[in-house]
Design a protein around this ligand. Sequence first.
Ligand code: ZN
Length: 278
Amino acid sequence: MVPADGALWRVRQTVHFRLHFTATQRSVALDLADWLEGKVPTVIQVVGHEPGERTNLYLFPTYEEFEAVSGGELDPWVVGLALPHRRLIWLPPQRSKAEFRVVALHEFAHVAWQAAVGEAESPPWLHEGVAKYLSRDFTLADRRLLERAAASGTLLSLDELNEGFPHDAARASLAYAESYTFVDFLLKRFGSEALGRVARPMRTGRSLGEAVEQALGVDLRAFQAEWFAHIRQTYRHQALWDSLEMVIFAAMSLLALVAFLQGLRLRRARWERLEEGE
Ligand SMILES: [Zn+2]
């Protein structure tokens, strides 16, 4: 693992990480090492498993080197990669230290969740939900997507999520946002250890449905109904806001029309006065 420019990798080691970086990434690496280490207890609590062996994290000095090591042309929105089974994370340069933190924690959550389910394959959407949840990566755009989908009845079901991430960018973003809320709601509904309890039967080869049933005593279909109701309840403001916006827009149009008519009347009155006066 040698960067193309031949620069030497330096290493910063903590209890759970081995960060590899070049001279230009030194300050980011030092910040990231301590910050990530500080997040490990929360990650362990949520996935219910101590990840064990250290995770190797490489900070590439350029996007090109990151792309080269990942073995091909990447979609431009790819800002980090994890190979969870190998406890390996690759990051290209980010726009800020804050972004480094979110992306690194997102990728580490993939590693930790994989360690929790062992050799089993977690549904990819659940992997992303755990990563998004643990990196607190929930934006206003995510909220809007959920609000619109909830209002129009176009939320993606678990069956649809299981088919894989949609190719359409907006639907793919909705899938990520929903996956986040799945994890969030699971923990709210069954307590902070719920995900770890689900991971244990998954580790022994149970499907997500079987694991949820065994660990939490609820049928996954029934849980989906509760989860959708929670989304509709929590993210219904957009629909209200949309109708409010329409009312405001209509009121403003009416005011504009009134102003226009008054203007006409005023001009006519002035015109008449002028005619009378002269
Ligand atoms: Zn991810």
